[in-house]
Design a protein around this ligand. Structure first.
Ligand SMILES: Nc1ncnc2c1ncn2[C@@H]1O[C@H](COP(=O)(O)OP(=O)(O)OP(=O)(O)O)[C@@H](O)[C@H]1O
Ligand SMILES: *[C@@H]1O[C@H](CO)[C@@H](O)[C@H](O)[C@H]1NC(C)=O
Ligand SMILES: *[C@@H]1O[C@H](CO)[C@@H](O)[C@H](O)[C@H]1NC(C)=O
Ligand SMILES: *[C@@H]1O[C@H](CO)[C@@H](O)[C@H](O)[C@H]1NC(C)=O
Ligand SMILES: *[C@@H]1O[C@H](CO)[C@@H](O)[C@H](O)[C@H]1NC(C)=O
Length: 507
């Protein structure tokens, strides 16, 4: 029993864990299969039985295929791992030979061997290496609302017993994946298992691809043979809770917030281009794969992430096809398409995000920098390092106010400043895109930029630097046409125009 096969011993700790879940799934499949078959005791149902067996066989084949997809993700990355995922025929010497009946039996053996290790990891001292929360964390939770759903998964916001909100990802019983599977295989439980593999894959990917712009995995709960965590094969992923990305809302947000989403995306793609799994492409690259957590963009749907490299003989084998553009990339001397995953991500970022979010209302000082980014990503002329550099450069300028260098210092002399004061009885006006619905609240680098903006709004006669800051550290300034009182406010400063527009400062 404690004798562990060579391939397993070689695998990382994580490999043991996930392999064991995966393989115990297969056991249950077989047990279920056996149970069903024994129900049929009548010759007249033999035909049905035959059909059922063949469907079941096909489903088991699918389960196995899904499992094989995950295994390479558990292993340390190697330069050419295209063909090393055939672990099930491989280690003849690892196990006593006489027990190797079939593919399936091998897997059952393996799972029995490492189930004790699985227990040790989930319940024992090694838990710290794993994600923290487990089935116990979900006891007495309260469902709050459905956050989203897709082809495969349902995402629910719950409050844990301690009150902490988290997002739970489950198989979407009403989803297209489940629907198709049940239609094909007529086996609800088996299909749940099959679709659960996407959640398992996501767990593995979330553990291996940890980054500030990837949703944080807080834990998971997998149903096991002793009934903990519900039905065998059921998987619940516990994630930090975010807000689904609302593109429409984002389009109406200040440029600073839209820039942040794009910058976060580029930081993510930079990480993915040289991740622990190699260069990862996001095959399904749409805004709905992302959420924001406190304004920060996070990738939440990883089941379509792929670290596969495309092999090639000539450059024409390395064509990236998009609806309005095709690109041909170089085929490297080792016969793989150079930078294909990275370039695919960059172009998708351009077409799904940058074109909508970046150029519109960019600060005048940045238009040429933004144009350059749009062109170099839209034409795939820059790699992800260069793209990230261009974004970080803009951020630096924006934070330091260097792009405002040509503001005349004198502009502030048109205003009287009252420090430690706020206003009440305000006559507000609206501007766009404002941080507040009621009035005109914009971010500024300094009082000077505030003065510039106030001078450019015909209704503006005063503004307040509120002491609140945006994510870049810029100050939130509230612009208004008038106010009735000054009130003490230690955190803010009021700037009042000295006289009616002295002379439009545009000169
Ligand atoms: N941590 C989270 N916090 C808040 N909402 C989330 C979270 N994770 C996912 N969502 C929402 O749930 C939706 C479905 O999740 P997910 O994309 O993983 O499912 P899916 O079935 O793979 O979807 P698709 O069919 O779009 O690929 C997402 O589009 C997102 O809006
Ligand atoms: C077999 O099934 C038929 C109907 O499907 C039933 O009439 C018959 O009694 C069954 N025989 C046995 C031995 O169960
Ligand atoms: C891209 O390539 C495909 C296949 O060769 C072709 O059918 C399509 O017209 C091309 N699209 C563009 C925009 O060039
Ligand atoms: C990039 O610039 C070139 C030359 O000015 C122009 O022809 C091309 O359309 C631009 N591409 C994009 C994606 O903006
Ligand atoms: C990109 O930057 C990383 C470090 O951030 C570096 O390791 C890598 O070699 C760079 N790639 C290219 C193509 O310059």
């Amino acid at each position: 029993m404690p004798d562990i096969g060579n391939s397993l011993r070689a695998a990382a700790l994580l490999a043991f864990v996930v392999l064991s879940i995966l393989v115990s799934l297969l056991i249950s499949s077989v047990q279920q299969f056996g149970a069903r078959i024994s129900d049929f005791s009548n010759a007249t149902v033999a035909a049905d039985e035959k059909e059922f067996a063949s469907l079941r066989g096909a489903l088991i084949y699918q389960l196995n295929e899904r499992r094989k997809e995950i295994i390479p993700l558990l292993l340390p990355v190697s330069d050419d791992d295209d063909d090393d995922d055939d672990d099930e025929g491989g280690d003849e010497n690892g196990l006593p030979g006489e027990r190797r009946y079939s593919l399936l039996n091998d897997q059952i053996q393996d799972s029995m061997l490492d189930s004790s290790l699985w227990n040790e990891i989930t319940h024992g001292s090694r838990k710290a290496h794993m994600d923290d929360m487990d089935c116990d964390s979900l006891v007495d939770m309260q469902a709050v609302e459905i956050l989203g759903s897709g082809y495969t998964k349902l995402v629910v916001k719950v409050n844990l017993a301690g009150g902490q909100p988290v997002a739970l990802k489950l198989v979407n019983e009403q989803g297209i994946d489940m629907g198709k599977c049940v239609e094909d295989f007529k086996d609800l439980r088996g299909c749940r298992e099959l679709v659960s593999y996407k959640l398992k894959k996501e767990i593995v990917l979330l553990q291996r691809l940890q980054h500030p712009n990837v949703i944080k995995l807080k834990g998971h709960c997998a149903g096991n043979a002793r009934g903990r965590g519900g039905e065998e094969g059921r998987v619940t992923v516990i994630l930090e809770q975010g807000n689904p990305l609302q593109m429409i809302q984002l389009l109406q947000s200040p440029w600073e917030d839209r820039f942040r989403v794009c910058l976060d995306l580029v930081r993510l793609l930079h990480f993915l281009s040289q991740s622990p799994l190699g260069s990862v492409a996001l095959l399904d690259f749409q805004p709905r794969q992302f959420v924001t957590v406190a304004g920060e963009l996070k990738l939440t749907d990883l089941d379509d992430a792929s670290a596969k490299e495309t092999s090639c003989r000539m450059d024409v084998d390395c064509t990236l096809q998009f609806p309005h553009r095709n690109f041909t990339l170089p085929c490297s001397s080792r016969g793989v398409c150079e930078g294909l995953n990275e370039k695919r991500n960059i172009y998708n970022a351009y077409r799904y995000f940058f074109t909508y979010l970046l150029p519109h209302q960019a600060p005048p000082g940045f238009t040429h920098l933004v144009d350059h980014i749009m062109n170099s990503t839209g034409e795939l002329k820059a790699d992800i390092n260069q793209t990230l550099e261009a974004f970080e450069h803009i951020l630096l300028l924006y934070k330091s106010g260097l792009h405002l260098d040509n503001l005349p210092p004198s502009i502030i002399r048109d205003f009287t400043v009252m420090r430690g004061m706020g206003t009440s009885g305000n006559a507000e006006y609206r501007c766009w895109p404002s941080y507040s619905q009621e009035g005109c609240v914009l971010s500024v680098h300094s009082a000077r930029e505030g003065a510039l903006i106030c001078n450019s709004h015909s209704q503006c006669n005063s503004f307040t630097l509120t002491g609140r800051k945006t994510w870049t550290g810029r100050l939130l300034a509230s612009f208004r046409s008038s106010f009735s009182h000054l009130v003490p406010d230690g955190t803010s400063e009021v700037y009042v125009k000295k006289s009616k527009p002295p002379e439009a400062s545009a000169a």
